[in-house]
Design a binder for this molecule. Sequence first.
Ligand SMILES: C[S@@+](CC[C@H](N)C(=O)[O-])C[C@H]1O[C@@H](n2cnc3c(N)ncnc32)[C@H](O)[C@@H]1O
Length: 455
Amino acid sequence: MEEALLKKTRNLIASRIGLLVREQDVAMLHRVVAERVRVLNLSGAEQYCQFLETDAGVRHEREELVIPFTTGETYFFRDSGLHALLRDGILPELIEHRKQAHALRIWCAACATGEEAYSLAILLDELLADQLQWNIFILGSDINRHAIEKARRGIYTEWSFRGMSCERRQRYFQRHKNTWVLDESIRSRVTFQTGDLVADVFPDHGAQLYDMDLILCRNAFIYMDHDMVSHIVDKFTETLTDGGILIAGHGELYAHHLGGLHARVFPEAIVYQRVASPIFAQSTAALVKTDVPVKLPVVFLAERKALAAAPVLPQQQVAVEAGQVSEILLVWKLANQGQREMAAKACSEMIARNPLGAEPYYLMALLAQERGDFAQARDLLKKVIYLDHSFIAAYLDLGDLYAREGDSARAVKMRTTARDLLKRLPADQQVKLYGAATVDKVLEYVEHLLSTSTQ
Ligand SMILES: C[S@@+](CC[C@H](N)C(=O)[O-])C[C@H]1O[C@@H](n2cnc3c(N)ncnc32)[C@H](O)[C@@H]1O
């Protein structure tokens, strides 16, 4: 394909199919177009391009083009931090919120071969003792029908388990030769269907795409054109119930206009909640009043165990402010509302005025993590520790970052320091920036981390 035709084809694929063909994928595009010309018996790339200009052509070619340019890479419990957040915060909140109706609707969009949707079914199995009394609908969808067929079979190889504990695997799967077969009890809880996030219209009652309490759409937006992502987010927003939550991959919605969604910042992920929520609304709403107890966003620990989810501000900080909303709380609020650039700017200003305050650096580190800029997050966390040797959350976050990089020696060092600091505090005291979690609970978690990382 000559340069002008290549450019036209890439533009058409972006605008009509929503797919970004990156520079490094151009060689693949040449191959795919040549193959499509052959299969469709066309005269050449030019005619293929004309075909893509028609609605019928776009409909026909969508799946053929998306599949080669996107990977179906996925595995059970991919992103341990996010799954800890789901287990300890988001799912319990949704369960509480929906306990009258005893019903939950969850959509795992672009689920590839189903591991993500089944991970959610497993988490709910672990969380809900009376699950049989609940009406739980979990839907997995993907444009790739081969992936959906595989998802329905529920048979996986070793590679799908690299994020899942052996204990869970033993509990929910049966080994069969080189594969693992998911128990029918979990398999039957997830419905799979093909679907195209770009072309399909939703909400759609006929396709069960309505009133979702939770939508996960992770690692699919990265392949898409910016405007297309915004368009899909709008459709997701309409498909969520009030208070329902959208979770995308790290940084995938950065710089997007989020309309009716309200961003909540956690160290593990930013989640987006449809506004008018009775679940989380109190935390940020409270920040604008000076006469009510102020609440911070919950800060979750990766893989922590049963830490209390209710976010509360450390008492002494409230006292210092003497009923006034402090500047740093307003900055947390900005971050919570998804105004991350403004939050980062406000942090920089606070740092310029008082270079010795640790918390703005900490918040900047969380924002950097959210952007996926782990190197910057690490530098900022080091600064936090330099400024405040007793900043437990910074040691734990830095420990997580080192562990993520495979530097277990440094991870152990950070976690050991956090443990020593915790041991000096009263067991029932709340740990700063860990919501309502008390020292004994966080200590239990850190001991758990240390016991697993030194094995
Ligand atoms: C990397 S996988 C993500 C799997 C899973 N969500 C995860 O994060 O582990 C990306 C998936 O997005 C799917 N996908 C890409 N574009 C899509 C579209 N327009 N509609 C539905 N699925 C799409 C691909 O087929 C692929 O299976």
